[in-house]
Design a protein around this ligand. Structure first.
Ligand SMILES: *[C@@H]1O[C@H](CO)[C@@H](O)[C@H](O)[C@H]1NC(C)=O
Ligand SMILES: *[C@@H]1O[C@H](CO)[C@@H](O)[C@H](O)[C@H]1NC(C)=O
Ligand SMILES: *[C@@H]1O[C@H](CO)[C@@H](O)[C@H](O)[C@H]1NC(C)=O
Ligand SMILES: CC(=O)N[C@H]1CO[C@H](CO)[C@@H](O)[C@@H]1O
Ligand SMILES: [Fe+2]
Length: 449
């Protein structure tokens, strides 16, 4: 009898390890779908489940949506695999708190919640923004957890460099990081762009784990978040040229199309604020040997000699309001600068109708590489810099006022820098050379759709 019991126990134990335990959902995170009333729920299981389900609703789990899973095999030696499930929740009711859990009949996640945006032109989205956080030494995480769960933010922008690195230790570091950020990313849309630490195996960990809106994959997309048109790009296509020029050229053309479309009057009226986020900055005054410490950043001026595909001209010509970068493990705010010329006469009253895109770098959320230092002299285009650990808060008040502040983790959450961008009107800068043929082309395209 005893032997039979033990055998049965062993059999069950074996079953549970192989067939039950790994059906349990983990690494839950959400993102905006095609619009802010669509939420994409993403999670992982180590064995596949017959279905991928989110049960959700306002005040109870009364609704159900199904999606699908994709097998992801890491490129490392062990070829570890997992199943990444994606379910899109559509037509959500505005300004509502939804509860949800995800999984299948073989196992459900914890109960989470998110709040949908109001369906109003007066919505004032409030975002947390940072890059370079890491699985080890994620300095800003605890404050972000606290503030996210207290409902301070509508969404988060993680500007590249996630886990250091997601593929490390056969992608176990990626799994650990995704578990770590569940405490924020399961509650507010976690919007991303790839950084250099995501490069291994052709950015496959990044591509597989995040589900950003738009085609063809999570490395370039745009999202309308109330009055914001947020464009996310990969600066890495300029640096890892062993993947060829095709990704760079494709992205450049996609970006110009997206900017032209965003500038159609009917679109710019709804989303006056155009923000571009990418991992590596065009300007920086750090001491490390990065491209931005030299004069000619490849993202800024384009390919060597030919100078094709430079981003600075594109951002300037299409009236981008704000560019956000990371990668340097510090915070640095710039005066409105174009081609090393500052387009603002008054340093005391910054950013009132600035004559060029405003930009800042926020890559100090932590990570095991620590802080980056600055060169001794403050360049004239640099307005403020600090290498305190921390992150940025961005809040849009209305079509004329956008506010940004930098939180220091070293100083217990104190604000070490804050500024307004104030605009009477959005659109082209005095010297902008927008390609109007491109805009017309986008107009035709949008009419045909
Ligand atoms: C990298 O991945 C992209 C997207 O999946 C693919 O189109 C491209 O061909 C890949 N490049 C290489 C060199 O494998
Ligand atoms: C940028 O500045 C450089 C050097 O001052 C100049 O040669 C170049 O023509 C400028 N580019 C543009 C697009 O104005
Ligand atoms: C926009 O918001 C700012 C900051 O709250 C406020 O001072 C300003 O009056 C607002 N403008 C309009 C047109 O509501
Ligand atoms: C507020 C302010 O000083 N704005 C200035 C920004 O830069 C342009 C171009 O140099 C000036 O004309 C504005 O007066
Ligand atoms: Fe980086």
């Amino acid at each position: 009898m005893k032997i039979l019991q033990t055998a049965l126990l062993l059999f069950c134990a074996k079953l549970s390890v192989a067939d039950i335990l790994y059906y349990q959902p983990e690494q839950v995170h959400i993102a905006y779908g095609a619009n802010v009333f669509e939420i994409v729920v993403v999670w992982s299981t180590f064995n596949d489940t017959p279905s991928s389900v989110v049960e959700y609703g306002i005040g109870g789990l009364i609704l159900r949506a199904e999606g699908e899973s994709t097998k992801f095999v890491d490129g490392g030696r062990e070829k570890r695999s997992q199943y990444i499930h994606k379910v899109v929740l559509k037509n959500l009711t505005p300004a509502s708190k939804y509860q949800y859990h995800c999984g299948s009949d073989l196992g459900w996640s914890n109960l989470f919640y998110f709040k949908t945006a109001p369906d109003s032109p007066n919505w004032q989205p409030h975002l947390a923004v940072y890059g370079d956080m890491g699985n080890e030494n994620p300095q800003s995480l605890v404050r972000l957890q606290e503030e996210t769960q207290r409902g301070l933010y509508d969404a988060i922008l993680h500007v590249g460099d996630f886990a250091y690195d997601m593929d490390t230790n056969d992608a176990r570091v990626g799994d650990e990081f995704m578990r770590q950020i569940e405490s924020i990313a399961a509650y507010v849309p976690y919007m991303t762009c790839p950084g250099n630490h995501e490069e291994s195996y052709n950015f496959s960990n990044y591509r597989a784990r995040f589900a950003m809106p738009g085609a063809p994959d999570s490395s370039m997309y745009s999202a309308n978040i109330g009055p914001l048109h947020v464009i996310s790009i990969s600066t890495e296509v300029y640096y890892f040229l062993d993947y060829g020029l095709k990704p760079l050229v494709f992205q450049y053309q996609w970006l110009e199309d997206d900017l032209a479309r965003a500038n159609l009057p009917e679109n710019r009226a709804k989303q006056p604020w155009i923000i571009v986020m990418g991992h590596r900055p065009m300007y920086c005054s750090n001491t490390d040997k990065d491209d931005c410490t030299h004069h000619e950043t490849i993202t800024r001026v384009g390919l060597p000699f030919l100078h094709f595909f430079g981003l600075e001209d594109l951002l300037y010509n299409y009236g981008v309001d704000l560019a956000i970068w990371a990668h340097e493990h510090s915070y640095e705010r710039l005066w409105p600068v174009y081609n090393y010329t500052i387009y603002n006469g008054s340093y005391e009253q910054p950013y009132v109708n600035p004559g060029a895109p405003v930009q800042f770098t926020t890559g100090s959320a932590g990570c095991k590489e620590g802080r980056d230092t600055f060169i001794a002299n403050l360049p004239d285009w640099s307005a403020f810099r600090s290498n305190d650990y921390g992150y940025t808060r961005l809040k849009v008040y209305n079509s004329s006022h956008l506010h940004i502040e930098q939180v220091s983790d070293d100083k217990q959450g104190d604000i070490i820098d804050s500024f307004w961008i104030v605009k009477d009107k959005h659109g082209l800068y005095p010297g902008s050379k927008m390609d109007w043929a491109k805009v017309d082309q986008m107009r035709l395209q949008s009419m045909n759709n």
